[in-house]
Design a protein around this ligand. Structure first.
Ligand code: SF4
Ligand code: SF4
Length: 238
């Protein structure tokens, strides 16, 4: 299958946030002023200036010891992007699907109304798109399209020191993800890959998705897996 994909092996993530900083630096996004909220996660959420966010889910284990589930969140570059389906109806040209990499790209020059943006954000199974009310533009991860088009890997992948972030041709990434899952499952029986058949950013989690983040797996009822299967049947080259 054509196109690129990421494999994010969260079992290796240390929460160092190098990927988050590299993303900001490459995209020349400004820092976000925040305050202490009693968590190490910072900033609190994705925004038009934060395309990549390491979420810190803080719990305790059975012995009462602190436990973290790190989740380096970003757009999943869905094979069948529901955001684009909504944008094509509401703001034609605001969301593009690159033919070679299959990156899902937002064009900030195409203005969308707050009402139309609400619909686009709500349909995203992973709650990714963000909106600048001042400019009327949307923003999210670009798959470092400018780097990848020149044969480089995304800045978050280049920076990650632990092997959590991986990127490459889709078939190779799918194999890498499956091999690592087989290995991790020997120790963590709840380990799973999140919707590898429907997304280009494939997360490996060693525990239930809800322990990481509300939208680590698809929102209830988004039907992305069903719609992807249908789309692939109709358009096998997607
Ligand atoms: S994760 Fe959301 S914003 Fe990203 S391609 Fe999929 S539907 Fe669109
Ligand atoms: S750079 Fe790698 S190890 Fe550090 S937070 Fe990001 S994904 Fe995790």
């Amino acid at each position: 299958m054509a196109g690129k994909s990421f494999f994010i092996d969260t079992t290796r993530c240390t929460g160092c946030r190098g990927c988050q900083a590299a993303c900001k630096q490459w995209n020349q996004n400004p820092g976000t002023k925040t305050s202490q909220r009693g968590t190490y996660q910072n900033p609190p959420d994705l925004s038009t200036a934060t395309f990549k966010l390491v979420r810190f889910s803080e719990t305790t284990d059975t012995r009462g010891e602190p436990k973290w589930h790190f989740f380096p969140d970003q757009c999943r570059h869905c094979l069948y992007p529901l955001c684009k389906e909504a944008a094509d109806r509401k703001a034609k040209g605001a969301i593009l699907h690159d033919a070679r990499t299959r990156a899902v790209l937002f064009d900030p020059a195409v203005k969308v109304s707050p009402e139309d943006f609400k619909e686009i954000r709500e349909i995203c199974p992973f709650d990714i798109p963000r909106y600048d009310e001042k400019t009327g533009g949307m923003a999210k991860c670009t798959m470092c399209f400018d780097r990848v088009s020149e044969g480089m890997i995304p800045s978050c992948v280049k920076t990650c020191p632990t092997g959590t972030m991986n990127f490459g041709d889709r078939e190779a990434i799918l194999k890498m993800a499956q091999n690592r899952l087989d290995e991790v499952k020997k120790v963590h029986r709840r380990a799973s890959l999140i919707l590898p058949e429907a997304v280009r950013v494939i997360f490996l989690l060693k525990d239930y998705p809800e322990k990481y983040h509300e939208f680590a797996a698809e929102k209830n009822g988004s039907g992305i897996t069903r719609m992807t299967a249908l789309n692939l049947l109709l358009h096998p080259a997607t």
